[in-house]
Design a protein around this ligand. Structure first.
Ligand SMILES: C[C@@H](NC(=O)c1ccc(Cl)c(S(N)(=O)=O)c1)c1ccccc1O
Ligand SMILES: [Zn+2]
Length: 258
């Protein structure tokens, strides 16, 4: 049986096939603002995305993912806590069965209804898959979603959901600008962590934005119409696809803001 988010294959069981689940730099974590240390040396994030690199949107059986052409530097992240240039590979979300949970990172114990992850890989390596297992291989920008007014930029994504309801469904998705999903203020916390899904590689520089973006409760309900299950199988709602916070194990969380 493959990994998932249920009692019999979920986060508490992942260590059986992925022993690094008990590693020293696992993600997500609970971010405690009062314990983060302000670092004046941290640069502002420099994100530049080219909508023409947007390729398609897919239900990978664990989340909904939008993938990008990463054969050029036209959608990339520089500065912030990283050195060098990291190319955008994909973005995806994690969310709950109800509006009171769903994010992977938490802030002083507070759970948000969802969390967006923009996954970038270090161009000192030849590809995403080569970078994914290196300690400085990946940089993920995390953005919390909170319940508020309808988010028109999210609406473009949600409209595609009916065509990718079940696992393995994919459809072309062009000219989407992921910067429309970023908050106005790019203050962030940063720490060394891991993929939050198997294979849980400890290869991620996490960059978690302090300011959430909004989604309406109806938009959150749309995420919950997606299925973990493939066409023809018993429908299994895609909800609670989040890993809970992991032990900090002595790591420092830095803040880009006072
Ligand atoms: C669910 C999906 N995971 C990723 O693609 C993924 C990749 C990199 C990062 Cl950094 C993250 S994360 N959540 O830490 O931002 C998630 C997945 C994993 C394995 C096999 C198939 C599959 O679809
Ligand atoms: Zn993720």
């Amino acid at each position: 049986m493959s990994w998932g988010y249920k009692a019999n294959n979920g986060p508490q069981k992942w260590v059986e096939n992925f022993p690094i689940a008990d590693g020293v730099r696992q993600s997500p974590i609970d971010i405690v603002p009062g314990q983060a240390s302000y670092d004046a040396g941290l640069k502002p994030l420099n994100l530049k995305y080219d909508p023409s690199t947007c390729l398609d949107i897919l239900n990978n059986g664990h989340s909904v993912q939008v993938t990008f052409a990463d054969d050029t530097d036209s959608s990339r992240l520089t500065d912030g806590p990283i050195s060098g240039l990291y190319r955008l590979k994909q973005f995806h979300f994690h969310w709950g069965a109800s509006d009171d949970k769903g994010s992977e990172h938490t802030v002083a114990g507070t759970k948000y209804p969802a969390e967006l992850h923009l996954v970038h890989w270090n161009t000192k390596y030849a590809s995403f898959s080569e970078a994914a297992s290196k300690p400085d291989g990946l940089a993920v920008v995390g953005v919390f979603l909170k319940i508020g007014g309808e988010n028109p930029n999210l609406q473009k994504l949600l409209k595609a959901f009916d065509t990718i309801k079940s696992k393995g469904k994919q459809t072309s998705f062009a000219n989407f600008d992921p910067s429309t999903l970023l908050p106005g203020c790019l203050d962030y916390w940063t720490y060394d962590g891991s993929l939050t899904t198997p294979p849980l590689y400890e290869s991620v520089t996490w960059i978690v934005c302090k300011e959430p973006i909004t989604a309406s409760s109806a938009q959150m309900a749309k995420f919950r119409t997606l299925l973990f299950s493939a066409d023809g199988a018993a429908p299994d709602c895609m909800v609670n696809n989040y890993r809970p916070p992991q032990p900090l194990k002595g790591r420092t969380v830095r803040a880009s803001f006072k």
